[in-house]
Ligand binder design. Structure first.
Ligand code: SF4
Length: 158
């Protein structure tokens, strides 16, 4: 597909569609989103599962920066037990990006506050802070527009 043209495909954090892929084995099903996206080519991805992290899994957070810093090797992703999961997060983000590009999607709706999918806020260095997660930062670098679920719903309801 030529650059700048949308085929209607849209990337979505899989947990928002009801897949129980969160670290705690639960989902974040958001029925209003499923309703609004009916008929669209929805590409549901969970970058953490694509990176080989099982479900359930220990929660992770970024240390020393945000998702873009992880992409630039300036920050790391650690699980609650101190294990370095940076490589798995990077591998999963790239695998999910490949799916996004293959679909032709030019926009994504992602789950806020996740160290992968968070768009404007994530848990980092022990507290909620500003910044994208690893997957959101990677999509942005490939010119795929990212919104969190709250902003996307507000925009689409107008
Ligand atoms: S990585 Fe993204 S899709 Fe997977 S559970 Fe976390 S927020 Fe949802």
């Amino acid at each position: 597909m030529s650059k700048g043209k949308s085929n209607g495909a849209i990337v979505l954090s899989a947990c928002l569609l009801g897949r129980p892929c969160r670290f705690d084995g639960k989902d974040k099903f958001t029925p209003e989103l499923a309703f609004l996206l009916e008929g669209r080519n929805v590409v549901a991805v969970c970058p953490e599962e694509l990176g080989g992290l099982g479900t359930p899994r220990p929660p992770c957070e970024i240390r020393g920066g945000h998702g873009a810093d992880v992409l630039d090797a300036k920050a790391r992703v650690l699980s609650a037990d101190g294990t370095d999961r940076t490589e798995a997060f990077l591998a999963g983000a790239h695998a999910a990006l490949e799916r996004a590009i293959a679909s032709g999607a030019q926009e994504a709706i992602l789950k806020e506050r996740s160290p992968s999918c968070g768009v404007t806020s994530i848990y980092r260095d022990g507290a909620l802070g500003r910044g994208p997660g690893v997957f959101a930062a990677l999509l942005s670098r490939h010119n795929i527009r990212v919104s969190n679920e709250v902003r996307a719903l507000r925009r689409k309801m107008k």
